[in-house]
Design a protein around this ligand. Structure first.
Ligand SMILES: NC(=O)c1ccc[n+]([C@@H]2O[C@H](COP(=O)([O-])OP(=O)(O)OC[C@H]3O[C@@H](n4cnc5c(N)ncnc54)[C@H](O)[C@@H]3O)[C@@H](O)[C@H]2O)c1
Length: 340
């Protein structure tokens, strides 16, 4: 493998700016081609990011044959994630794809299997994992300070007026956004969901066609119960895009407001009606880089070393299964198993 990895970016819409900005900062990566079924999107991306050397193409196979890249970055819309990824894997490329891995579980499983068969890396940009406060919660829980985790709760209440496709989508909150929050719950606890009961509705006044609000109760491994409450048509007193969190263990609890405030109390002494509690610090790690840039850097490092990325599709599919488990439960009105 040469010092510089050749990369093709497929899908040059809104989110590709975050990717191309990050790629521009990385010396080990050379952008060889920009592909979009809309030529004008690929051309605009090439101009905006000053990459006039890169091939601009509408045909993915043609681009892959022409530049024979090491890596494909898949920034297309969810329904294109599977076909684009399978084509790239067949051409011997490692693939880092935008979330969600796929818009359905059957294709997600095919993608994981294809990567295994081809012996290539496939991972997902689950960028909200790569935030110092999410890392802080994960490390704090793992340190055992609050004992054994029993209960997790997250609230996500925002009122974005996106316009566009989201306002027509079915299950919009669960399918377009909740993957970040569900994946964060797995990251913080190290536990996986085994079942879910979800109630989904579209509140009066919603500017979405379907499913702007949901409450989901997940049973997780280790006996943890995780409750998610969310809405995308909640005006006033918004949470952050990360949501606010409370994690309770048998020796204490920790909260995060989704911004900078992390608080924890642990049992100091239990010999009366209520335990005496000590407030303890939750150390926040220093991170050189966060978000898309951090995921892309880790992926490139893993391609070089053969190490498995944290957001490998074979693991991330367990977060996706929480999304589609919640959708199935909401449609059937009953608790369902969560199967990756
Ligand atoms: N990680 C995050 O925080 C985050 C934020 C926003 C969007 N996203 C995800 O990024 C993805 C793209 O979202 P977006 O907002 O950029 O959408 P977008 O519609 O702005 O851009 C998608 C682009 O993909 C192109 N495209 C579609 N099918 C293609 C195909 N088969 N081959 C080549 N190009 C194709 C479209 O022409 C378009 O230019 C989605 O999966 C979305 O969920 C992630």
């Amino acid at each position: 493998m040469s010092d510089t990895l050749s990369v093709v970016v497929v899908g040059c819409g809104a989110i590709s700016r975050a990717w191309l900005g990050a790629v521009g900062l990385q010396e080990e990566v050379e952008l060889s081609a920009l592909v979009d079924i809309r030529r004008e999107a690929a051309q605009r991306a090439a101009q905006e990011h000053d990459v006039s050397d890169a091939l601009v193409e509408t045909d993915l196979e043609g681009a892959l044959r022409a530049v024979r890249p090491d890596v494909v970055f898949n920034c297309t819309v969810p329904e294109a994630h599977c076909p684009v990824t399978l084509t790239a894997l067949q051409h011997g490329c490692h693939v880092l794809t935008e979330k969600p891995l796929s818009d359905n579980m059957a294709d997600a499983r095919r993608m994981v299997e294809a990567a295994r068969r081809e012996g290539r890396m496939l991972a997902v940009v689950q960028n909200r994992r790569y935030l110092p406060q999410v890392r802080a919660l994960r490390d704090f829980v793992a340190s055992g300070r609050i004992g054994r985790v029993t209960t997790v709760q997250s609230n996500f209440f925002l009122g974005p007026h996106f316009g566009g496709f989201r306002e027509q989508m079915r299950h919009v909150l669960l399918v377009d956004m909740a993957i970040h929050t569900f994946d964060a719950a797995r990251c913080m606890t190290g536990a996986d969901a085994t079942s879910v009961y979800c109630h989904e509705w579209n509140p009066a006044g919603s500017w979405y066609a379907h499913g702007a609000s949901a409450v989901a109760i997940f049973e997780m491994t280790g006996g943890i119960v995780y409750t998610y409450q969310g809405s995308w048509c909640s005006e006033g007193l918004p949470t952050s895009w990360e949501g606010d969190w409370c994690i309770i263990g048998d020796k204490g609890a920790v909260t995060w407001d989704g911004h900078d405030a992390l608080r924890a109390e642990v049992v100091a002494e239990q010999d009366g009606f209520m335990s005496r509690l000590d407030e303890v610090e939750v150390p926040v790690p220093h991170m050189e880089t966060t978000g898309h840039d951090a995921v892309i850097r880790e992926f490139i490092r893993c391609v070089r070393t053969g190490k498995r990325p944290e957001t490998a599709a074979s693991d991330n599919i367990k977060s996706l299964a929480m999304v589609f488990g919640a959708v199935e439960s909401a449609e059937r009105g009953q608790k369902v198993p969560v199967d990756a």
